[in-house]
Design a protein around this ligand. Sequence first.
Ligand code: 5GP
Ligand code: MG
Length: 173
Amino acid sequence: MERILLSQEQLDEIVADLAGEIAADFAGAAPLQLLGLLKGCQPFLADLSRALSRYSLPLAVDYLKARSYVGTASSGRVEITALTAVADLALGDVVVIDDIFDTGLTLKQVVSHLKEQGAGRVKTCVLLRKEGCSRVAIEPDYVGAVIPNEFVVGYGLDYNEQYRELPFIKVLE
Ligand code: 5GP
Ligand code: MG
């Protein structure tokens, strides 16, 4: 039997709440740059940016590519494999968007990279956070939901490139 952790309806609610939090924090600020970590952020970032459009906050969307997982285990190393033009980031605020937070290594690496490039305020937003992850490298600023420490797929999250298309989050059996 399939173990669905978060249904499409629950995801909609989580994303709407995150948009509310982010909009409240960045109201009246300069254009906000949403910087998604490919590939897992895609459905989340698409839905989040649409949810943010309700708040008439000027937005820009861009992407970085980062990879730390091979199969179902963290490799312990984060590769930033492609960088977008970061020249504009120094002028504005950045919210880095990732699908799931486990050890925090990915986000930590990306945040230091952006700071090195001269970015201003850098916040981090994850859809999911795994329960009981000790020794985390960084705390995310916005967390959609906390889930048990299991390997999940769907809504952008993959297992060797499969299952990203699912509109819900399930445990990989
Ligand atoms: P961290 O660097 O925080 O340990 O790992 C974060 C990255 O690992 C996420 O962006 C995601 O790509 C991957 N990851 C961590 N846990 C899971 C999981 O349960 N399922 C999937 N599909 N990817 C995961
Ligand atoms: Mg990822």
